[in-house]
Design a protein around this ligand. Structure first.
Ligand SMILES: [Zn+2]
Length: 85
């Protein structure tokens, strides 16, 4: 698959294996960790970036290793933390 920017140039791969955190909203308005994905980040010559994740997360909040996976993702310094679901 190739990705094209709105400026007309193709994106180039910048980094593979980028962790992406999906959160879910709670009734009090805060967002809780929900799912972790791995993605690939692409960058255009104009500076625009996009990260494309796998369709399925590699781990979800109810799984026993989720807290550890989240700590590792944070420690990577590449985590994209999304308040969206
Ligand atoms: Zn561009």
């Amino acid at each position: 698959m190739k990705y094209v920017c709105k400026c007309g140039k193709f994106y180039k791969i910048l980094k593979n294996g980028v962790p992406v955190l999906e959160r879910f909203p709670s009734p009090d308005g805060s967002w809780h960790p929900y799912k972790l994905y791995l993605g690939d980040t692409y960058e255009c010559a104009c500076g625009a970036r996009v990260t494309v994740t796998a369709h399925q997360p590699f781990i979800e909040h109810y799984m026993p290793e989720f807290a550890l996976a989240l700590e590792r993702a944070k420690a990577s310094n590449h985590l994209i933390d999304s308040e969206d679901c």
